[in-house]
Design a protein around this ligand. Structure first.
Ligand SMILES: [Zn+2]
Length: 112
């Protein structure tokens, strides 16, 4: 990861890495993730270790959504809600391409 760029969107590769390791032992995933980063905080934007912090999804930047992740009783990285996908959420506006785990939303923006 390019050092010196710390704005939110630059963590997309980290989030994609974490997603790709769902089902793997968290301690291994964590060590691998830390090795790529200059700080640990962004890992925990997506991964919640305490149940009270679990989130079904997290947002990175204006319109990039990702699955919220957690660690299960066996110590494996999991999605908080595995049923959530690109058809689950409605876009907040019509001008941006909203994505869920990198896949464009299938629902259209509906004016309130
Ligand atoms: Zn927009």
């Amino acid at each position: 990861m390019h050092a010196g760029k710390r704005r939110g969107l630059d963590y997309t590769p980290l989030f994609r890495f974490l997603l790709s390791r769902v089902g793997a032992p968290w301690n291994e995933v964590h060590s691998e993730a830390v090795a790529r980063l200059d700080q640990q905080a962004p890992i925990f934007w997506m991964v919640a270790l305490r149940k009270e912090d679990w989130q079904e999804y997290v947002r990175l930047g204006e319109s990039s959504y990702f699955s919220g992740l957690c660690v299960d009783a066996l110590g494996l990285l999991q999605r908080v809600n595995p049923g959530l996908g690109p058809d689950s959420l409605a876009p907040q506006c019509s001008c941006c391409t909203h994505t869920f785990n990198g896949v464009p939303f299938t629902r259209r923006f509906e004016a309130p």
